[in-house]
Design a protein around this ligand. Sequence first.
Ligand SMILES: O=C([O-])CC(=O)C(=O)O
Ligand SMILES: [Mg+2]
Length: 577
Amino acid sequence: MTISRYYDVKRDERGKRYLEPFVTGSLLLGIPLLNKGTAFTHEERRMLGLEGLLPPHVTTLEEQKERNYRRYRLIENDLEKHIFLRNLQDRNEVLFYALLVEHMAEMLPILYTPTVGEAVRQFSYIYRFPRGFTASTDNIHEIEEALQNVPLNDVRLAVATDSSAILGIGDQGFGGLAISIGKLTIYTAAGGLGPDKALPIELDVGTNRADLINDPLYLGVRHRRLTGDEYFAFMDRFVEAFRKRYPNAVMQWEDFGKDTAFAVLERYRKVLPSFNDDIQGTGAVALAGVMAACRLKGENLSDQRFVVYGAGAGGAGVAQALLDGLMREGLSPEEARARLFVLDSKGLLLKGRRMEAYKERFAQDPARVQGWSVAGEVPTLYETVVGARATVLLGLSGQPGSFTQPIVQAMLAHTERPIVFPLSNPTSASEAIPEEILRWTGGKALVAAGSPFGPVELDGKVYPIGQGNNAFIFPGLGFGAVLAKAKEVSDGMVLEAAYALYDYTRRHYPDRIYPPTEALREVSQYVAARVIRQALQEELAREERVMGLSFEAIQAYVAERFWHPRYLPYRLSKTQG
Ligand SMILES: O=C([O-])CC(=O)C(=O)O
Ligand SMILES: [Mg+2]
């Protein structure tokens, strides 16, 4: 099997990798995985039929980076920067990743949260290049044939969304493809996954947004979303065809609304090694950060009382991760649940109240709220924070400004150092601005946010704001599952990823809640190694080459397979030459 329809990667006599292209001439310049632009050597230009098509000077990758970075710096608008970088990616992937890796902290907010949110909204207007795969109600009846059109033959990791709940901005129809592309960019830049092993996927089952359907420029299918049996018939067909085409691939389910997220995860997780980033990735990253914040105040997880605001995919994932963490500290399920208060848009989840089935396991006993001061029927966020004597407040609601001053200050009555994480994305959906939280608490609060925020200066002291984003989890979790050839992505592997992030932070950044973005590649490598070890322990790994390895050897294995952006030399096969 060749890696791609257009080329293969081979090794020479000395074991060095080279590219063997199946297309030459100007066609080759249009394939981003093959194009080196001005960096093609004179010898390659002659061999590949490029002579005269490129400027005389042969540039180095360094020079190409410099040229593109200068242009990039002249752009003032973030969405335009995003478009510039994505165009570069669609021309020359090695150069794109080389630039991104060098300027990770600067460019991550442009390619990922928060700017990717705007790219999703505008996707039909900024669309340029056919990256990724779209399964839609138009092609689902011939999905196997359609998947054959993808030129990549060895996809190991796909990110698929049905776009029903993109970040905290809801149904985005076809535009959701931009989030799959963005997540896979992180997989390659931070997680070491080769760009030819990655496939972004949009599952276009329609949209319930009339404004999109009625927009003449909208690029998706124009009908309401499939639901119920029709939805699952679509998904079953897609999953079966995908598995057939890519039997070695791991799937990341992304930004499914609560009506589909849990059902999709449970229906396919044993059929196709897969996880849901918003439920499990967000859960793991929140648990790691809350444990770090507890350590910073010299307490344990089990010393806390938690309020989780928001009970969609992210909220439920975080609530479950907290329960798992509490039980790992020795609490019984009942003791753990007694410390956890989850609210949806109608207020506190209380037994006996109407709610979706997946929320029931987080519902509190009404007896526990007896004696609270509650004005209406169901306790509000403020009433819950006061009544539960909350020490930890986590936001996954997508409701900007919902962590008000009275709510945050009420926590000071129960703890000297409240832990407050507004985790909703993008920045415009954040429950509060970190600077406000610090100001309201006189710098006492331990704060991290889902979107990137700069450091806060208060009374002459500088507070770095950790980014509690699942980007610290999914690249390592997914890459680890890929390298282990895991049969399944188990709950144990997800929890291990959380503890790996916690341990990494404790060791390398003992004063912080999350590592800085600059550490993302190192974090992901470490998380991947721990995930592989866990897969081995649970006998879920199918990769012979990792069986029986020590942890050090697993780490070396991960490092060796980590993709780096550099140009490979070209060679034509004997028959071509
Ligand atoms: O993409 C992000 O920044 C984190 C995430 O999965 C979400 O908010 O849905
Ligand atoms: Mg998401």
